[in-house]
Design a protein around this ligand. Sequence first.
Ligand code: ZN
Length: 201
Amino acid sequence: MRDLLVAAQTEESDTAREQTKAEQDVDQVRQRAARDQQRLDSGAVTSPKDLENLQREITSLAKRQGDLEDVVLEVMERRESAQERVAELTERVTSVQSKIDDATARRDAAFEEIDGEVATVTKEREVIAGSIPADLLKLYDKLRGQQGGVGAAKLYARSCQGCRQELAITELAEIRKAAPDTVVRCENCRRILVRTSESGL
Ligand SMILES: [Zn+2]
């Protein structure tokens, strides 16, 4: 839209120049006709042939002036429509720009909020990670790297929430027997399984 606006502004200034030029042409013809008329009125020209020529020139200049005035009118019309386009496009550019400004402000606010959340969550994670045995944390981080950012998953209704697979009966039986602090893993995706009251054991 800015490109269209620049094009319309260029057309406006071009037609403004064209209008000045056309008006100067009209002026020139008008001045010449006035000079001729003065000479005619002064009585200085007496020869019938010269008078006829002068009269003919005045008539032809009047015709020429009319034609040139039509050109001025035509240029003015084009200039006016260019001015209208400039006004319309200026309004549209302003309106789109204000939408951009608004979206930018909302995006920046969202960034700020997300940054704040990241800082909070990072701090929380540090605290929790500090309370987890080093070897378990190492295993978790390794799995997290291999499994798209999720190293541990809830065992929910006999299914691993990491890979969404239901565990085999024998696997469930083993998990049931395992001590509460034993680290159990999903047979399928190898993620650490977190047992809860909803695990279906
Ligand atoms: Zn799994």
